[in-house]
Design a protein around this ligand. Structure first.
Ligand code: C2E
Ligand code: CA
Ligand code: CA
Length: 239
């Protein structure tokens, strides 16, 4: 679970990032095993497990803290997907608005498979939609309108470019923020690794930030411990 913080430093939520430790292979990156899971159709049950686990974990956090789950195009187009979301919510008791589903533009390339209809159903449950990796693919404005996303995630490459003073990166972040603001969407900058990057990104108007500077992906117990600490600070000291 990796923290996503608001510009004032409060934890807005956590993104669930899947980890696999294999006896022989050690730690395998999701960049490697997710495509294999998709090809072998194992992504369905794995994705269902991720949804269940993430929702069950999030109910331990303060009421306003969200959890974001990545969903690939293959998952979205599988017939059991909506059922899996409903089950994860009902079994955990998580308020639907605390669950965010992150998809990339690639889901729209498979329109035949009815991704749009599925996203509509997800939204009808009260779950928020997040457009991941914006700026890396087609970055079609039409997709922004179609998906009715609550948040757009600006890819890490622009965050890095902005700090280096790269004019194109700065212009793209500004344009995405302006667009998101007028469409009443939020923006999250991905991969913020330093205070300098955070300052530059906040100055450009991004509402939320995520990256190693604020916290690496961590086990569920460490995420819980963050809240235990803040609660501890707030609790009155008894002599
Ligand atoms: P993503 O959704 O774009 O996730 C962000 C990736 O950036 C994560 O890599 C995260 O660990 C990494 N990251 C976060 N902050 C920083 C930073 O400050 N600097 C750098 N260099 N990297 C940072 P990770 O965990 O290896 O995940 C890679 C991709 O695997 C994810 O990209 C997502 O597309 C996919 N993935 C992860 N978990 C799941 C899952 O449960 N289901 C599906 N379908 N895909 C997943
Ligand atoms: Ca993501
Ligand atoms: Ca991303």
């Amino acid at each position: 679970y990796q923290p996503v913080v608001s510009a004032d430093g409060q934890i807005d939520g956590f993104e669930a990032l899947l980890r696999w430790t294999n006896k022989k292979l050690g730690n395998v990156s999701p960049v490697k095993f997710i495509p294999v899971a998709e090809d072998t159709r194992l992504i369905g049950p794995i994705g269902e497990w991720v949804l269940q686990s993430a929702c069950r974990e999030a109910v331990n956090w303060p009421e306003s803290t969200k959890v974001a789950v990545n969903v690939s195009a293959e998952q979205l187009s599988s017939p059991g997907f909506i059922g899996a979301v409903v089950k994860a919510l009902s079994h955990s008791g998580l308020t639907p608005s605390r669950l965010e589903i992150e998809v990339t533009e690639s889901v729209f390339l498979r329109e035949v498979s009815g991704a749009m209809a599925t996203l509509d159903q997800v939204r009808a449950l009260g779950v928020k939609l997040v457009l991941d990796d914006f700026g890396t693919g087609y970055s079609s404005l039409g997709y922004l309108r179609m998906g009715q996303f609550a948040t757009i995630k600006v890819d890490r490459s622009f965050v890095q470019g902005a700090l280096k003073g790269n004019r194109e990166s700065i212009a793209i972040i500004r344009a995405v923020v302006a667009l998101a603001d007028s469409l009443e969407m939020s923006t999250t900058a991905e991969g913020v690794e330093s205070q300098e990057e955070a300052n530059a990104i906040i100055a450009l108007g991004c509402k939320k930030l995520q990256g190693y500077h604020f916290g690496r992906p961590m086990p569920a117990s460490d995420a819980r411990a963050i809240f235990a600490k803040t609660l501890d600070l707030r609790a009155p000291k008894v002599a």
